[in-house]
Design a protein around this ligand. Structure first.
Ligand code: TYM
Length: 331
């Protein structure tokens, strides 16, 4: 079973990324052949600083290693080091419907936020995502809930390509965590936690200090009433219950029983403490890993070599199927 996922080197990574995605990457190393990618090409689709992008990619590499990715047990690389992703994206664009891309929520949201250029890259972003996944003939893609539409699109693209040119690609399945697939902003619990557009107080970063984490949870927006239970009209408390469940491994029903007699204050402190314990080991390991930039570069370069061996084979098959180049493609 092959597992692939990608993550953007933009902004600092938050608790939503960690619970919704990163934890599943680490678990994927045990369940199958994990392939994980820092998607720096995707990060160029909105305004950005070149020097910062390189630094952010190292930050993210160190963070993922600190979280438990082990280059001996998975393939871990930077997208732009494997040119097959961009090549395949062009090829897949010819079997992607323009109308489907126009319907993507993420494109609508992000293009509305751009002050200057709305790039064609932002529009075709999901095609590059499809290329990332299909290049590895991936069975399963662990992601958070916000990526559902992109996963559906890549499945359609794979099916359309296979139907038109012959069976080249595996049609991948999304894998969404049962608890924590959509972690919400602590200040605005009806929007997802995100570094773009969220308030600083509503977003818990993986590398926040224990004190910062405590403060953010203590000031989290809750609802009127005092019951610690999940309900649609209690998005703040429901989100905190979900965070506690994900970080402590306790079922949500049990948490509701446990806190039946306590007020919101004590509950919020308990959630903060669980999150602090949960993230502490990552923060501890991060510093040392981040200092060794040549070491990070070496890990990514070795990963890219492993990834390229797989992707090049798939792309050669796709070229042949599409009638590009000689019958036996020499690369
Ligand atoms: P990115 O970098 O925005 O987010 C990385 C992962 O974190 C998940 N996530 C969340 N999960 C739960 N609650 C939240 N509030 C939350 N916010 C983010 C995302 O679902 C994602 O899994 N387009 C992708 C990157 C990508 C990719 C791919 C993913 C590029 N190519 C191929 C899978 C396969 C993205 O922007 O992720």
């Amino acid at each position: 079973m092959r597992i692939f996922s990608g993550i953007q080197p933009t902004g600092s990574k938050h608790l939503g990324n960690y619970i919704g995605a990163i934890v599943q990457y680490v678990a994927g190393q045990e369940r199958g052949e994990g392939i994980y990618c820092i998607v720096d090409l995707h990060a160029t689709t909105v305004a950005y600083e070149p020097a910062e992008l390189r630094v952010d990619s190292y930050d993210l590499a160190a963070l993922l290693l600190a979280a438990g990715l082990d280059p001996k047990r998975c393939t871990f690389f930077r997208q732009s080091d494997v040119p097959e992703h961009a090549e395949l994206a062009w090829m897949l664009a010819s079997v992607t419907a323009y109308g489907d891309l126009q319907r993507m929520h993420q494109f609508k949201d992000k293009s509305a936020r751009q002050r200057e250029l709305v790039s064609a890259g932002l529009f075709t972003y999901p095609v590059l995502m499809a290329a990332d996944v299909l290049a590895y003939r991936t069975d399963e893609v662990p992601v958070g809930d916000d990526q559902r539409q992109h996963i559906e699109l890549m499945r359609d693209v794979a099916e359309r390509f296979n139907g038109r040119f012959g069976e080249v690609f595996v049609v991948p399945e999304g894998r969404y965590p049962q608890v924590g697939a959509r972690i919400m902003d602590l200040q605005e619990p009806d929007r997802k936690m995100s570094t773009t557009g969220g308030s600083e107080a509503g977003v818990v970063h993986v590398l926040d200090t224990p004190n910062e984490i405590l403060k953010k949870f203590r000031s989290a927006v809750t609802d009127s009433g005092s019951d610690v239970r999940r309900a649609t009209d209690k998005p703040g408390i429901s989100n905190l219950i979900e965070i506690l469940a994900a970080t402590s491994g306790t079922p949500m029903e049990e948490i509701e029983q446990q806190f039946v007699d306590s007020g919101y204050g004590a509950f919020k402190t308990a959630v903060a403490e669980a999150v602090i314990d949960y993230l502490a080991p990552v923060r501890e390991r991060y510093g040392e890993l981040r200092r060794d930039e040549p070491g990070l570069e070496l890990v990514l370069a070795e990963g890219a070599e492993k990834a390229r061996a797989i992707a090049a084979e798939t792309v050669a098959d796709a070229r042949r199927a599409m009638g590009l180049g000689p019958v036996r493609a020499h690369r």
